[in-house]
Write a new protein. Structure first.
Lengths: 191, 191, 191, 191
DNA sequence: AATGAATGAGGTTTCATTCAT
DNA sequence: GATGAATGAAACCTCATTCAT
C-alpha cells in the first residue's frame, strides 16, 4: 500500500466528483487523471462507492471536530457564533470540492446516500443548536440554528456558482448577515 | 398522443426521481409504475433527460409565476415577505417531489444540469431581491435575500427529511424566522 | 382497397428506399411522406419487405418484357444491340429510383435479397447472351454479354452519381462504347 | 490493446458483413465468432460503423496503392492494362469479403456511406483514366475506362455469384475481354 | 378503409469490476 | 504492488407490427 498512490486517487476522485458528479465520473476517469492503471484502483478501494464515502466521511469528521470546540467556548454569543461560522466557511472553502459534493450532491444520488446525508447534516445542525442553547431558550435556538445554517449554506452556494468569490468576502458577508439576524434578537433580550 | 398516458408517465417519473434520484431511476421503472410498455415512453419523451427537464421546467415556471405577483403588491414589507414565503412553501409543498429534485438533486447530476440549476435558482434569488429592494437599500436587500432564501430552503429541507412535517408547521416556523430576521432590521429603521 | 392509397405508398417507398436505402427507411417515413396513418400501411402490404419486393419485381418484369422483344428482331447485330441498350437505359432511367435499388442495393441487404438479386440479374444477362448468340459463337457471346452488361451498369452508375446526367447523354455514351466494342469484333468477322 | 484480439474482430466482421450484409450483422454475431465478450468489441472499436469503415478504407488504400504503380509503367498499352486488370482482380480476389462489401454493398447502406463510396470509386475510375490517357486521347480514354471498369466489376461479380470461380479463370476471362475491347481500338490506331 | 396509440423483442453501447501476468 | 485486457450484466432506445376504435 503506497500511501502516495492512494492520495493521488483520492485527489483525482475529489476533483472529478465535484466537477462532474458521482454518476458521470467513471472509474476510468479517476485512474486516468491519477496516472495509474484501471486495476490499481481496486487495490486501494473496494468500489467506486467506497472512495466516494471515504471522501465524504473525512470532510464530515474534520468539520465536526473543528466545530465541536465551540461547545466549550466562553465568550458572548455573537462572538461565538461569528467564530463558528468563520471556522465553518474556512473548512468548506479549503475543501471546496468535497464540500460541494457533501452539501450539494449527496442528497440526490440514491436512497442509501440520502440517508447518510440526513444523518450527517443533522449532526451539524444539532451541534449548532447546542451552541445556541447555551445563550437562548430551546425553541428560539432551534429556529436560529435553521436560519443560520440555511444562510451559511446559501453563502457557500453562491461561492460555488461565482467562481471568483474568495474566503474573505464570504466571511465578511456572513458577519453582516449574522449582525442582522442578531440585532432582532438583541433588542428582544435587552427589552 | 393521449394526454392521459403522458400524465401517467410524468407522475410516475416524478415520484421515482424524488425517491431514487435521476440516475437510479431507470426508464423501465418509470414505465412499470405507469403501467405502459417500454416503447410507449419514447412516444412521449425523446429520452429520460427530456422527461426530467420537463418536470423541472414546469415547477420552476409555476413557482416563478406565483412569486412574480409580489413584485406589484402594495403592503408593508413584513406582510409582503411573509405572504411570498408562504406562497413559496405552499408551491413546493404541493409539488414536493419535483421540488425535491429541483432543490436537492439538480446541482449534482452533471455539468449540463448544474448550469441549468444555477440559472433557475438565480431567477428566484433575483426576484426575491427585487421585492426587497422596494423597501431596503440595495446592499441590505442583497444580504436579506440570501438569508431568507437560505432559511426557506433549510425549512423545506427539514420537511423532506422529517416526513410527518406538514405545510402549516412549515409556514408558522417560517413566519417566526421572518419575524426574528426583521426585528433587527426594524429597529435599525426606527432608530 | 383504394388503389390510389396503394400508389401513394409505393411512390413514397420507392423514393425513400432509393435515397436512404432499405434499412434506413422506416415504415414511419413511408407513411408520413404518403400522408397516411401508420396502420394504413399494413392494409396494403403485409410487411416492409413485401412493399420492397413488389417494387423490385415490377421493375424486373417490365425490364425483361421490354428486352425480350429483341430476341425476335431481325436486324444486323450492331443495330439490335444498340436498340436493346437504348431500351435498357430508357427503362432504368425512367425508373431511376427502383433501378438504383435493384442494381446497387439489393445485393448487399441480406442473404434472402442476395439470392433474389442473383436470380434476377442472371435473367437479364441470359437474355443478353441469347440475343448475342444469334450473331456470334457461344463463347464470344458469353464474354460480350459480360462486357456490355458491365458497361451499361457502369454508365447508369455514373448517371446516379452525377445527378445532372440526362438520358440522351447516357444513350450517346453507350453507343460510342458499343461501337468501340464491336469494332474489334467486326474486324474479326470480316477477316 | 492486443493486436491479436483486434485482428480476430476484424476477420470475424469481414466475413459476416460479406455474408449477411452490414445491417443484418449484429455486434453480438461478430464477438461470438471472434470468441470474445460483447464489451471487448468496444475496447477496439467505437462502434459497428467504425469497424466497417476500417475494413473499407484498408481495402481501398491497398488497392489504390497497387494500381498507382501502373501510372509509371513503360510498356505498350495492352500489356499495361492487362497487368493492371490482373492486379486489380488479384487484390479483390484475395480480399473477396471486403471487396464484396466495397463494390456491392456500400452504396446501398445509407447516405453517408453512399457518399464515401462515390468518392472512393471515383478515385479508382480516375486512376484507370489517367493510365489510359498516356496512350489515347482524352475522350476515348474516358469511355474506355468506363467500359473496362464495368467489365472488371462484372467479372468479379460473376465470381461472387458463382462460388467455384477461381482467380485464374477470372484473369483469363478478363484478358479475352480486354483483347476484344482493344481489337477495335487497335484497328483504328493502325488505320 | 383508415387511424394512431401501444407494444415488446432485440439492438447498440457503457462501465464497474475481475484476473492472469 | 501494478497492469490493462477482458468481462458481461444491464442500461437506453428503435421500430416493425398489432389492434381497438
Amino acid at each position: 500500500m503506497k500511501i502516495e498512490t492512494k492520495k493521488k486517487l483520492l485527489q483525482s476522485a475529489k476533483e472529478l466528483f465535484a466537477k462532474k458528479g458521482y454518476y458521470e465520473t467513471k472509474v476510468s476517469d479517476i485512474v486516468e487523471r491519477a496516472n495509474v492503471a484501471q486495476g490499481t484502483f481496486y487495490i486501494y478501494f473496494k468500489s467506486k462507492e467506497e472512495i466516494f464515502l471515504e471522501l465524504i466521511k473525512t470532510l464530515h469528521q474534520e468539520l465536526l471536530q473543528k466545530l465541536e470546540v465551540y461547545l466549550n467556548v466562553e465568550t458572548d454569543y455573537q462572538t461565538t457564533i461569528k467564530s463558528l461560522v468563520k471556522e465553518f466557511l474556512t473548512e468548506v472553502y479549503n475543501n471546496k470540492e468535497i464540500a460541494e459534493i457533501f452539501f450539494s450532491q449527496l442528497f440526490g444520488l440514491n436512497q442509501e446516500f440520502k440517508q447518510l446525508y440526513i444523518k450527517k447534516i443533522s449532526d451539524i445542525q444539532q451541534l449548532l443548536f447546542e451552541v445556541l442553547k447555551k445563550y437562548f431558550p430551546e425553541e428560539k435556538s432551534r429556529i436560529l440554528s435553521t436560519i443560520i445554517l440555511g444562510f451559511i449554506r446559501q453563502i457557500f452556494f453562491n461561492c460555488l456558482i461565482n467562481k471568483n468569490f474568495n474566503l474573505d468576502q464570504m466571511v465578511s458577508k456572513a458577519e453582516e448577515g449574522i449582525d442582522i439576524i442578531f440585532q432582532g434578537v438583541n433588542r428582544e433580550v435587552i427589552t
